[in-house]
Design a protein around this ligand. Structure first.
Ligand SMILES: *Cc1c(COP(=O)(O)O)cnc(C)c1O
Length: 352
């Protein structure tokens, strides 16, 4: 037996491409087109680097306090991590520990199967219906847990309170994780329901609505019991996942609600405009509650559109996966970026 037989074999998650080219329109990774809060920038400028001699604030409690205040929950109901991917990976290890399969939709965040593989969690997927909606009745079957994004990605479609209540009540014997990465762009948030349901965990991120993807801050809200297990698992592999600078900038970002609402308002207004313009060009565009849209056009290959736009330095996302290979995913950028995108799309349609 060679050492090669002892190495881990795994297919990792593949994020949207990052490019260093100039003059590109990068609307492929659901990043926010606006800069972070000026208060977060000021917190970085004022940061005393002398403090980096010390380990960060224990369990990032001061950041948890800011989030607890913002969401109207107790500090014992908040967990923070190094991006919500870190929080979700920990949640898989913390809550999906039975030998029953966990359940999620067939079209969803493609990191879920990767974590199942990494942590040896069995899973089943339930197909979205023909309108790309989740059928909550599918989740009545016995399982080892449930995880899904709301709004869902990459469909951009969100479900409301009745859906979440049913989902959590059907699964009182499992932990249900609602991944709210995009909720700030117009979705329904289940945070208030975590006070009623001890088996509900809601995760969130600073990467999309707070323009801080590069800083890596994610969080979870749930019962003190669930949060306690997350803390114990986190403290079993790395006690300090969130660094001191991120804690300082994260607090400043949460406290700047005015800027937060302003940038979200701009993204939503641009989303409405781009949706309407694409529909006028004959595209079918789903009704997005996120900072991206999923679109298709009869008679045109979306793979070709994706490749064509790449040659024009406009980067969108294409998934060659069953059921969504007819679509492209477009992140909402600034108005200028979307104007360039739309004009290149018109060029593509005229070229064919
Ligand atoms: C972007 C995203 C995340 C996580 O992002 P982080 O940058 O790790 O916080 C989680 N879930 C979904 C569905 C996402 O799209």
């Amino acid at each position: 037996m060679s050492y090669k037989d002892k190495l881990r074999k795994i297919n990792p998650y593949v994020p949207g491409e990052q490019s260093k080219e100039k003059d590109i329109v990068k609307i492929n990774a659901n990043e926010n087109p606006y800069p972070p809060s000026p208060k977060a920038t000021a917190a970085m400028r004022d940061f005393d680097t002398e403090k980096l001699r010390f380990y960060p604030n224990a369990n990032a409690t001061i950041l948890k306090e800011a989030l607890a205040k913002y969401y109207g929950v107790g500090v014992e109901n908040v967990f923070v991590g190094n991006g919500s991917d870190d929080v979700l990976a920990l949640a898989f290890q913390s809550f999906f520990c039975s030998d029953k399969p966990i359940a999620y939709p067939d079209i969803t965040y493609s990191f879920y199967p990767v974590w199942c593989d990494l942590f040896n969690v069995p899973y089943v997927t339930y197909p979205l219906d023909e309108n790309f909606r989740i059928n909550v009745e599918d989740y009545k079957a016995e399982n080892g847990g449930v995880v899904l994004p709301n709004p869902n990605a990459p469909t951009s479609l969100g479900e409301g309170e009745e859906f979440v209540r049913k989902l959590v009540e059907y699964n009182a014997d499992s932990v249900v994780i609602i991944d709210e990465a995009y909720v700030d762009f117009g979705g329904y948030s289940s945070v208030a329901l975590t006070k009623e349901y001890p088996n509900l965990l809601v995760t969130g991120t600073f990467s999309k609505s707070r323009s801080l993807a590069g800083l890596r801050i994610g969080f979870a809200i749930g019962s003190a019991e669930l949060i306690g297990v997350l803390e114990a698992v986190k403290n079993s592999y790395n006690s300090y996942t969130v660094d001191s600078l991120s804690i300082a900038m994260g607090i400043a970002a949460v406290e700047d609600d005015g800027y937060f609402k302003e940038t979200i308002g701009k993204v939503i207004a641009t989303r409405t405009r781009v949706t309407n313009e694409l529909r006028a060009l004959g595209f079918e565009v789903l009704d997005s509650q996120t900072n991206f849209i999923l679109a298709t056009h009869d008679g045109y290959s979306m793979k070709e559109l994706f490749e064509y736009l790449k040659t024009k330095k406009v980067f969108i996302r294409y998934f060659s996966l069953p059921r969504i290979e007819k679509y492209v995913r477009i992140t909402i950028g600034t108005d200028d970026e979307m104007d360039r995108f739309l004009s290149e799309v018109k060029g593509f349609l005229e070229d064919r």
